[in-house]
Design a protein around this ligand. Sequence first.
Ligand SMILES: NC(=O)c1ccc[n+]([C@@H]2O[C@H](COP(=O)([O-])OP(=O)(O)OC[C@H]3O[C@@H](n4cnc5c(N)ncnc54)[C@H](O)[C@@H]3O)[C@@H](O)[C@H]2O)c1
Length: 167
Amino acid sequence: MDRLKGKVALISGGARGQGAAEARLFVSEGAKVVIGDVLDDQCRKTADEINTVVGAKSVIPLHLDVTRGSDWRAAVETCQREFSGLDILVNNAGVASGSGIEETTEEEWDSIVNINQKGVWLGMKHAVPAMRKRGAGSIINISSVAGLIGTGRAAAYHGTKGRSPPH
Ligand SMILES: NC(=O)c1ccc[n+]([C@@H]2O[C@H](COP(=O)([O-])OP(=O)(O)OC[C@H]3O[C@@H](n4cnc5c(N)ncnc54)[C@H](O)[C@@H]3O)[C@@H](O)[C@H]2O)c1
């Protein structure tokens, strides 16, 4: 399957979980992938595992804290330098807590909003200029059913996972 042949993807939170699964899938479809995460060792391990299976340097791991613009700038530069550009951004990194409105602390709220919301915006802000250079691009912001419903718990998580219609 070569549906992503010639494409370069940047996946945040790619060290484990869904982000690592997305990296495996994209590589199996022919893409080159940069995975960024704050879990540096796990990120390297995931990249090594995928590269060993495909027998090529298809995945590059790097340190990316999605709340830092300078990290995003460096991640996009890595895509351009190592793989010649950027076609796909997956804003996958996300964190959750089960706290309801009254139990949520300010620190918890700020941390979740910074990662789940500010991180998504920063990723788009830095990826779009690189995509314009290629003439096109795809941005996938990972939401959740928690963005569509409320449960009375996980107040900050629900608050950060709302989605706008595609455009
Ligand atoms: N697992 C589910 O059931 C589920 C359901 C709906 C939506 N989601 C969404 O899918 C995405 C991935 O979830 P998951 O279940 O794989 O979670 P996970 O915890 O396994 O993976 C999240 C990754 O994000 C990374 N991360 C956390 N803070 C970061 C930061 N500041 N900068 C960069 N990376 C950071 C973590 O280190 C981790 O590797 C999240 O956005 C989550 O909200 C998950």
